[in-house]
Design a protein around this ligand. Structure first.
Ligand SMILES: Nc1ncnc2c1ncn2[C@@H]1O[C@H](COP(=O)(O)OP(=O)(O)OP(=O)(O)O)[C@@H](O)[C@H]1O
Ligand SMILES: [Mg+2]
Length: 444
């Protein structure tokens, strides 16, 4: 849009201004009255074009709103299809669908009607002015003030005058539209970029991690998403290579937040979040250090494609053998093996074809394939039975003894495997003793 306007605007302005100026000079020199009559429709055209530009902008906005409502409706409905059926909500959802559809039909009809009315009105004004010019010229011919040739010239020049005037008006909406588009592009390009300045050091830490592993720590951290609304203050946290460290705490108190801080997705208002090799380099957590982590977020993160496609998202060059070994480590191979097409089985939309626990195991296998020194699991084993959960965690550590594993969890089954447990609650994060864990488990 912007490029098009820049490319066509100047030539268009030059040609329309020249043709308007030329026609104007010729007509005024011959007969100023004639010029006046030819431009009689100008104020009306000017006002109507302003009015219709404003109306069209409103229509544009309404159309965008309905389109986004529709996208959200489609996504939510298809994702929650089973829920909708189970609660007998099909009729209500259908009703909502009709409402959205009616709304978009109404806007389309209104817009069409408006455009047609405007076209008819402007062409009527144009015709009226055209006939007025013609009549005036004929009158002058009748009075023998001009020749037949001059009259023909008048009529055609008057037409060209009107045409180029509307041409100039027509250029304005194009400029307005491309101005809006340019503004949007600028909004996107001015978004802050992830800083990658520590990239090389982070790569170095990753290479070194093969021998030493990677530790992660938080020191005196204060963090709030919004000013003064502290998730916690003075938080301390540490996870060393070969350890499984758990984060526990009631819902909504800051477990996922802590993981986000470790991943460098947010930065603390005070204190340090550091990542490094024990006894070696150390860096502030940022987008550069993210290459040291593999992360399994809360919720489902499978994509359409086969199981192997999903695995290769994190490591495109992975061989079937490597994929199989990762699936085995995540206790996923046991059900993948039994599928008719094995790892070439289609996952389908959002992994619909698998159970929750199976999806979690596939996500874990994918994270293992990424082969990062620190693995973060945000309730990623919550749908597994206790025995499988323990097996998965044990295999993760056995596969790579230097790996640092951080889990956000609710269940006691995990805790006995952990080197340390931190509790996040009521604005604090602190290491807890076994007795405190017991207490916590009884309370929740
Ligand atoms: N992007 C965000 N912007 C503002 N507030 C947020 C944001 N993400 C989380 N919060 C708030 O921060 C607090 C901690 O959220 P967090 O997701 O860390 O909880 P959690 O301990 O992981 O809970 P759960 O066990 O339910 O997953 C919550 O009160 C939440 O509303
Ligand atoms: Mg969470």
């Amino acid at each position: 849009m912007v490029a098009n306007t820049i490319l066509t605007f100047l030539p268009n302005v030059v040609t329309t201004v020249i043709s308007f100026g030329g026609a104007f000079i010729i007509v005024v020199q011959n007969d100023p009255w004639m010029a006046l009559i030819a431009l009689m429709g100008a104020p009306i055209s000017f006002l109507t074009s302003r009015y219709s530009a404003r109306k069209m902008r409103d229509f544009q906005r309404e159309n965008q709103n309905v389109a986004s409502d529709r996208t959200v409706f489609d996504q939510e409905t298809f994702q929650n299809m089973q829920f909708i059926k189970a609660f007998g909500m099909v009729e209500r959802v259908t009703e909502k669908f009709h409402k959205i559809q009616d709304e978009s039909v109404r806007i389309a009809l209104d817009q069409n009607k408006f455009q047609q009315t405007m076209t008819i009105a402007t062409s009527l004004v144009g015709q009226a002015v055209g006939y007025a010019c013609y009549g005036f010229a004929a009158f002058r011919l009748w009075q023998r003030q001009i020749s037949y040739g001059t009259m023909t010239m008048f009529v055609s020049m008057a037409g060209s005058l009107r045409g180029s005037f509307s041409g100039i008006l027509g250029l304005l909406p194009m400029v307005i539209r491309s101005g809006i588009s340019a503004e949007r592009i600028m909004e996107i390009t001015s978004l802050p970029r992830d800083s990658m300045e520590d990239k090389e050091e982070a790569e170095e830490i990753r290479r070194e991690s093969r021998r030493k592993g990677v530790f992660v720590e938080m020191e005196d951290v204060d963090f709030a998403y919004e000013e003064e609304k502290w998730v916690y203050r003075d938080a301390r946290f540490q996870a060393r290579p070969g350890e499984i460290v758990a984060l526990i705490g009631p819902s909504g108190q800051g477990k996922t937040t802590t993981l986000n801080l470790l991943l460098g997705l947010y930065h603390p208002q005070r204190g340090q979040v550091r990542v490094g090799n024990p006894g070696g380099r150390m860096l502030r957590a940022s987008s550069s250090t993210r290459c040291l982590f593999s992360y399994i977020p809360q919720g489902n993160t499978l994509f359409t494609g086969t199981i192997a496609d999903n695995m290769r998202m994190v490591k495109p060059e992975a061989t079937d053998e490597e994929i199989r070994s990762a699936l085995e480590a995540a206790c996923a191979w046991e059900f993948v093996e039994r599928l008719e097409k094995g790892m070439d089985t289609e996952v389908r939309e959002r992994g619909n074809r698998f159970s929750e626990g199976q999806k979690q195991r596939l996500s874990i296998a994918r994270a293992l394939l990424a082969d990062a020194p620190v693995m973060i699991l945000d309730e990623a084993t919550s749908a597994l039975d206790v025995a499988t959960e323990r097996r998965v965690l044990r295999r993760i550590i056995r596969r790579e003894p230097h790996r640092t594993v951080i889990v956000a969890a609710h269940r006691p089954s995990v805790f006995s495997m952990c080197s340390r447990i931190y509790k996040v609650q009521e604005g604090h994060m602190a290491e807890v003793t076994e007795e405190e864990v017991e207490e916590f488990l009884q309370a929740f």
